[in-house]
Design a protein around this ligand. Structure first.
Ligand code: ATP
Ligand code: MG
Length: 387
């Protein structure tokens, strides 16, 4: 899968721009605070349906603008496709896929596939479980829109359940019937989410182990497993049994949950357990080892996306190269052959002598070093187009 072009209008600090990418490695380079990450953020909005910076649509609009938007043109194995996202300060966003309006983000996600790797991901191994869960959620949602729908529904049930647990002005008995209904719904959604995550982690484990061994010439071995907060031993059973057991467990904890005023169990508290040579990476891995595992997880995410869709996703790397030592930098650049990569960097010299498409970024304006030739487009045709 390749991004051909993206246009921005009143998006972050970009008033108006069109970027044209080559199918290989593209580097957005320039000083700090010029619009490098903003450009990547725009592209990744099409992979995940939202900003990876966890902000509302209105914060994506250029300061002072009432509307703005993004249009992405990309090629997958079958054809060229267009996605558009229009943002408004005073009303909801509008989305289109190949010119046809789409109402739900879940129908938008899953068309364009991207793997994002940013400096925060380098802290994924030692950071809070939420970082590892959001890695999983972003990766799986792109491959299975039904998973994204289950996550959204789970978040809504969890919110209602927590609000109920906080209603101190009502006694526990009067709140019990609604708690029961919400727990049944939560149990069913929790089971779907956990089983999907477990399947994904099993596949990812093999891929990450392979990348890390390759990166360290067989010296280091990583292993990933899903750490389930509730009933870890039950997940070999069938879905209905798991939901029932989860429901029973939650209801048996109801008294404690009323006291804590929050939901104590569920996939919103799960984690990925990562071990390095049999020991917990969170406790023992060095900073360099952390980075290697995070890199292997991102490369693994790309492999799993390819296994599911038949082609590599677009790799979006925000300023991570400079965070890696030269051995890992070399490894990464070698492993990226045959994939489209869009990378940001402050350091132009890291890429000197490499066959890459350099795009200079300056105050929300983008200047390409030379015109990009797309596959299937002949040199003569391209020259004619430029005249
Ligand atoms: P760095 O190398 O420091 O990461 P960058 O080139 O990646 O820099 P960006 O994160 O893309 O920088 O941000 C560029 C500029 O956009 C910043 O000055 C930021 O304050 C500005 N900016 C962010 N949101 C908006 C917005 N909604 N409207 C206008 N400008 C914005
Ligand atoms: Mg940046």
């Amino acid at each position: 899968m390749n991004v051909n072009t993206i246009t921005y209008r009143n998006f972050r600090n970009i008033e108006q721009a069109e970027l044209v990418f080559s199918p290989g490695v593209n580097i957005l380079w320039g000083n700090n605070a010029q619009g490098k990450t903003n450009a990547l953020e725009g592209i990744y909005c099409f992979a995940c349906g939202k900003s990876f910076r966890g902000v509302h649509d209105r914060e994506l609009l250029r300061f002072g603008a009432d509307s703005g938007g993004l249009e992405l043109c990309f090629t997958d194995a079958r054809r060229e496709q267009q996605l558009s996202l229009q943002l408004f300060r005073a009303k909801s966003r509008q989305m289109k896929k190949n010119g046809v309006a789409i109402r739900k983000s879940a129908d938008f996600v899953g068309t364009f596939h991207g793997v994002l790797f940013c400096p925060e991901h380098l802290a994924m191994i030692k950071g809070a479980p939420a970082l590892r869960r959001s890695f999983l959620d972003a990766a799986i949602s792109q491959l299975r829109p039904a998973y994204l729908a289950a996550l959204t529904d789970y978040a809504s049930v969890l919110k209602q359940r927590n609000a109920l647990l906080k209603q101190e002005d009502r006694d526990e008995r009067s709140r019990m019937p609604l708690l029961d209904v919400l727990t049944v719904q939560m149990a069913e959604l929790n089971t779907r989410i956990v089983l999907t995550r477990m399947k994904y982690i099993k596949l990812l484990d093999t891929s990450v182990g392979g990348f890390l061994e390759d990166m360290t010439c067989g010296r280091e071995h990583a292993s990933l497993s899903y750490q389930c907060d509730a009933q870890p031993d039950l997940y070999g059973e069938n879905g209905a049994d798991i939901s029932r057991a989860f429901y029973e467990k939650c209801m048996s904890y109801a008294h404690r949950e009323f006291a804590a005023q929050t939901t104590l169990h569920g996939c919103h508290r799960d984690d990925i357990q990562i071990t390095l040579d049999g020991r917990e990476a969170k406790l023992y891995a060095s900073q360099g080892q952390d980075r290697s595992i995070a890199l292997a997880m991102k490369l693994g995410e790309g492999e799993l996306s390819r296994a599911a869709t038949g082609e590599y996703p677009v790799f979006l790397f925000d300023d991570v190269l400079s965070e890696l030592d030269s051995r890992r930098q070399q490894y990464l650049m070698q492993r990226l052959g045959g994939r489209q990569v869009i990378m940001t960097s402050c350091n132009e010299s890291l890429f000197s002598g490499m066959d890459v498409n350099m795009i200079h970024v300056d105050e929300g304006c983008y200047e390409m070093a030379c015109p990009v030739l797309h596959p299937g487009q002949g040199q003569e045709e391209q020259e004619a187009e430029e005249e």
